[in-house]
Write a new protein. Structure first.
Length: 626
């Protein structure tokens, strides 16, 4: 009896335990379901969606770029194709065969394809771009042989078509495939390994505005990434913004033709706003070569070209400003009251200092007795050597040079520019471990020696004279516009870059002296103009490597000007032109600048301007002119 009761109790205990276990399991299961579906439901639904969706990026078209009138495109998009590979769709054992065939169709090496598809992603369903800018005929050939190319696909991918290259190439720039280094920097901004990015010029400076917003194609896939749905969800891409530049295409062409095939640069800007109307650097290049199949070899040729066509000489090279620097010297002398402007200095064509003889650009007996106005007009070195060495000194000279914008970035909206150089005694000590000498001051006083400036900086310098103490930040972007509606999103406003503390009387006297240079100076013949009053200063910068050569030109030719002299600043333009010493000497910078001013204010082409000025039968000048 006792055993029977004991057995019954043991059985009941087991049933209770089983029931408790099942109840606890159900409770835990319900809690887990509650956690998955209610508490963390959004998270897991999102994760599930990510796992079951494959997103393909649809590239957006880049915005287009226009000149200041917003009716002449400089660059547009042209339809082209890109070829892709989905590595995991290539059957096992056939990778090398498929990629070798694809490489032959694309005209590239198999190694180039392998580089795009490293071994660690060859079982991935992620689509990899192999080549862009593929012609329709190549795509047709691939399509005809698709059965031999599993995993290979293609799609539309617009390329840039630069309609007006030549001198605009330095301004607009070009685009190219993103590098791995660029992906690392720009990944958080939405860039991918398949992005096209600006490499130079406006294309690079305003890449984020031009990029647009990529679209998406979302397809349902299985756990291995294979597409299992024929109805993808598509989000259309949005084209990038259009950019309207400050460049006037007619003026750009005029400047390009006026400079011709002479190595150098010329800048035209509006002094009252800082808008760059033209910027020409020669030699230039064709931006479209970077979209060609042979872009690599063409780029190598440009890199190895000794004339440096990839360099924008207007902002990326600095030169001795030569006698144009006498504008700054004159302003410093007047503001500091260092020497009376009406007191003459005698120039005998030579000046002795220490153990050296310094020669003015005219032979003895020199210029004779000159006051400030005539010294500037005749560009007398002896006068400015005297002022610099005996009355100003290098520290004051350097201070005023910086006030005029030299020795620091001009802050134009381009991705690469140089600051030039304003030397001081401290700089020389650090750079060469040498003491500053009086001869160094004399050299800097006439814009030689260590002093260096870019053409844009000298355009700013003459703009400060025109504006009587203000330099507006030079800029190339005028407006940002919606690419669909053409609505103006943003209009760039003038911004003061430098505001001088120099007194008004200095500007008035300096303006009058620069106008006197035009009417009574040494450049009357090349700068004669019956229709426009011009204020200007010439300069010829000695180039060290040629100065002892009898058969080579060793002078850069400079001219800086503003016009019309008798107009308010808002109606004027400023021009800075340099023709490098590598050209045959013909003192071309004055002629070039006069042609530009004549064409702009008389609405004339290059041919019409040179005919009006009587320059069509120019003979090459011989010797140094100031």
């Amino acid at each position: 009896m006792h055993n029977k009761e004991s057995f019954s109790f043991s059985k009941k205990t087991k049933l209770i335990f089983i029931f408790a276990f099942i109840t606890l399991f159900l409770i835990l299961y319900v809690i887990r379901l509650f956690s998955l579906q209610i508490l963390n439901g959004d998270q897991y639904r999102s994760q599930s969606q990510r796992i079951s969706s494959q997103v393909t990026i649809i590239p957006a078209q880049r915005g287009e770029i226009f000149d200041r009138n917003a009716n002449l495109p400089m660059v547009i998009n042209t339809e082209s194709f890109a070829v892709f590979v989905t590595p995991a769709e290539i059957p096992a054992g056939k990778y090398d065969t498929v990629t070798a065939k694809l490489a032959s169709y694309l005209g590239i090496s198999k190694a180039a394809v392998d580089k795009k598809i490293p071994k660690n992603i060859r079982r991935s369903y992620t689509t990899v771009q192999i080549k862009s800018n593929v012609s329709f005929s190549v795509i047709s050939n691939i399509a005809e042989n698709k059965i031999d190319l599993p995993g290979v696909s293609w799609g539309s991918k617009p390329i840039r078509n630069y309609l007006h290259t030549e001198s605009l190439s330095h301004i607009v720039g070009y685009v190219g495939d993103i590098t791995q280094e660029e992906v690392t920097v720009l990944y958080n901004k939405g860039y991918t390994n398949n992005s096209i990015v600006g490499k130079t010029g406006i294309e690079k400076q305003y890449d984020a505005l031009l990029q647009g917003t990529p679209g998406q194609e979302m397809s349902t896939v299985d756990v291995h990434g294979r597409i299992i749905s024929d109805t993808p969800v598509v989000k259309q891409p949005k084209m990038g913004n259009n950019l309207v530049l400050t460049i006037d295409s007619d003026i750009q062409k005029l400047v390009e033709e006026a400079l011709g095939d002479r190595v150098g640069a010329s800048v035209v800007l509006k002094p009252s706003t800082g808008e760059v109307l033209a910027m020409v650097s020669y030699p230039y290049f064709d931006s479209n070569i970077f979209s060609s199949d042979d872009s690599g070899s063409e780029y190598s040729k440009l890199l190895n070209d000794t004339s440096k066509p990839l360099i924008n000489r207007a902002v990326q090279l600095s030169y001795p400003p030569a006698s144009t620097f006498k504008i700054i010297m004159s302003a410093a002398m007047l503001q500091e009251d260092a020497f009376p402007s009406n007191k003459p200095v005698e120039c005998k064509g030579i000046m002795s200092y220490g153990n050296h003889l310094y020669h003015c650009h005219v032979l003895p007996p020199g210029h004779g007795w000159l006051d400030l106005r005539n010294a500037l007009a005749q560009s007398c070195d002896v006068y400015y050597w005297t002022i610099g060495k005996d009355y100003l000194g290098i520290e004051k000279i350097a201070s005023y040079a910086r006030e005029f914008g030299l020795g620091k970035s001009a802050q134009i909206d381009l991705p690469s520019q140089v600051a030039g150089l304003v030397p001081t005694a401290e700089w020389k000590e650090k750079r060469f471990h040498e003491r500053w000498l009086g001869g160094d001051t004399m050299s800097c006083s006439i814009g030689q020696g260590y002093m260096e400036a870019t053409p844009l900086q000298l355009a700013d310098m003459i703009a400060m004279v025109s504006n009587e103490g203000k330099i507006y930040k030079p800029h190339l972007l005028k407006e940002i516009r919606d690419s669909v509606t053409n609505e103006i999103i943003k209009e760039i406003q003038p911004e003061i870059l430098t505001e001088s503390t120099i007194d008004n009387f200095v500007w008035k006297e300096l303006q009058e002296a620069l106008r006197y240079t035009a009417t009574d100076g040494s450049a009357i013949i090349p700068m004669r103009n019956k229709s426009v009053q011009i204020a200007f200063k010439t300069g010829t910068a000695e180039v060290d490597q040629y100065k002892n050569s009898k058969d080579k030109n060793h002078w850069h030719s400079w001219l800086v000007a503003y016009a019309p002299y008798d107009a308010p600043p808002e109606d004027r333009i400023c021009v800075a032109t340099i023709v490098e010493a590598v050209n045959t000497w013909e003192w071309w910078a004055p002629y070039c600048t006069n042609i530009i001013i004549q064409g702009i204010f008389n609405n004339q082409t290059y041919d019409e301007a040179i005919k009006t000025l009587g320059f069509q039968n120019l003979r090459k000048a011989v010797g140094r002119q100031e």
